[in-house]
Write a protein that binds this ligand. Structure first.
Ligand SMILES: [Fe+2]
Ligand SMILES: [Fe+2]
Length: 294
């Protein structure tokens, strides 16, 4: 899709979460906040030992953390986008689309913030190494790496949220938040793919290796942000034990691998899956575009 078509799509199909979500509606009793299979504990012995009420509470805290993560990374992405675009041709569809995307992300993070307040769990603080990575990238981040990072997070968010958006049994609030986000992010992903398709072929071998490492580290970064003891402690469990169970849960790993398998072929096409980065993927327990590492 060309950038001008993405712009038209934004005009025709954008949401205003302040209006499109009924913020005054109470949460619905006895509903999961996300599809249970999306919980990092789903399928573990710990999950099976919990009551339905406790399982619901786990999904509530996990969704709160997902929103929390969403605000954090989207705000960082806005900085990357705004900074990159300062060097572009201002009278161009590329510039106008970037400004549109900044507007979308502002609305998304506002929506996440309102949902976070409504869900009333968290805010959680991310670990020091991840905060240091984001801080470093906010200081200096090459254009290619910023699009790689933006697209990788958008892809994995899309895979998870698409499933939630279709599930009529979960909290209507989460479902609507996911639905709005999935629709608008589809355009952002097209734009990032287009940009990467242009930028990556201009990189030299070393730069490409570096980007490939960035992709491989991305999955670990997300895992560490999503599987934090404080999230499970907030759900009333032994935080450390639950986070460990989530990390080691083979059902969760398979679930994440399935999501990854859907979008990794694009990175392979771009040359961002290299023999060296494949080793890193495997070290983290995943395979880039195949079944889970043994
Ligand atoms: Fe977004
Ligand atoms: Fe986005």
């Amino acid at each position: 899709m060309t950038t001008s078509r993405l712009l038209k799509g934004s005009l025709q199909r954008s949401y205003d979460p302040e209006i499109d979500i009924d913020w005054s509606a109470p949460l619905v009793e006895d509903r999961f906040f996300a599809p249970p299979q999306a919980s990092a504990l789903y399928g573990s012995r710990l999950w099976d030992s919990l009551t339905r009420e406790q399982q619901i509470e786990v999904t509530r805290c996990e969704v709160a953390n997902l929103l929390n993560f969403g605000i954090w990374v989207e705000t960082a992405f806005m900085v990357f986008l705004a900074r990159n675009s300062l060097n572009w041709t201002y009278a161009s569809d590329r510039m106008r689309y970037t400004l549109t995307e900044l507007g979308d992300e502002t609305r998304h993070s506002t929506m996440f913030s309102m949902a976070l307040e409504k869900i009333d769990r968290g805010q959680f603080r991310f670990r020091l190494p991840e905060r240091a990575i984001v801080r470093g990238m906010l200081t200096h981040c090459p254009e290619a790496l910023s699009f790689v990072a933006v697209l990788f997070v958008e892809e994995i968010f899309d895979a998870l949220q698409r499933e939630g958006a279709r599930d009529e049994t979960i909290q209507p609030l989460t479902r609507m938040v996911y639905k709005i986000h999935v629709t608008e992010e589809a355009r952002h992903m097209s734009f990032a793919r287009q940009e990467l398709g242009k930028i990556i072929p201009t990189l030299n071998w070393f730069q490409r290796q570096f980007m490939a490492m960035g992709v491989a580290v991305g999955i670990r970064f997300i895992e560490r942000c999503w599987l934090m003891p404080q999230v499970y402690a907030r759900a009333g469990l032994d935080g450390r034990e639950a986070a460990r169970a989530a990390r080691r849960n083979p059902v969760r790993r398979r679930y994440y691998q399935q999501k990854i398998d859907k979008f990794v072929p694009f990175y392979r096409e771009l040359g961002l899956i290299t023999p060296l980065s494949t080793l890193v993927w495997k070290l983290f327990g995943y395979t880039p575009g195949g079944s889970r590492a043994a």
